[in-house]
Design a protein around this ligand. Sequence first.
Ligand code: ATP
Ligand code: MG
Length: 148
Amino acid sequence: LLEKLIRPLKPLADKKQIDIDFVNLEKVQIQLDRIKIQQALTNIINNAIKYTPEGGKIKISLYTEHDEVIIKIQDNGIGIPEESLPYIFERFYRVDKARARKTGGTGLGLAITKQIIELHQGKIEVISQLNKGTTFYIYLPQNIGLNG
Ligand code: ATP
Ligand code: MG
């Protein structure tokens, strides 16, 4: 699924000479809404490409811990200021006007992503350092649908 959804994003990454690397792709079985999860992951990876300068690097990994599938998407881009972190999952929130003008977008991507993850009884977390990079962690329980 991850390898497939990267394909349409490749040209965008190539144009900025951004390298997308899979580190550790564990084979897992999980019940999910393919279309929705695809959209959620595409939003995150699109952001990683959009907010990482030319020549940057994006690392994606997928592994299991306890009964959760964890998808980690790490970039070494512009980062998110600490004071903005609590708001990035809100609808229409964008970090600052200068940045917003340069890149375009509506500020809906992460709000939609969070909704999709929560629909799967999962959660999403972010760690970021300004001018260093950003890492998103998506946690998906492996047994949804079995116990509600
Ligand atoms: P769109 O609706 O087109 O996705 P957007 O990318 O501005 O617009 P979100 O995806 O919701 O909106 O992201 C919200 C804000 O969080 C962005 O405007 C950006 O400032 C910041 N952001 C998100 N991902 C990253 C990232 N990987 N690195 C740096 N900043 C990020
Ligand atoms: Mg976005």
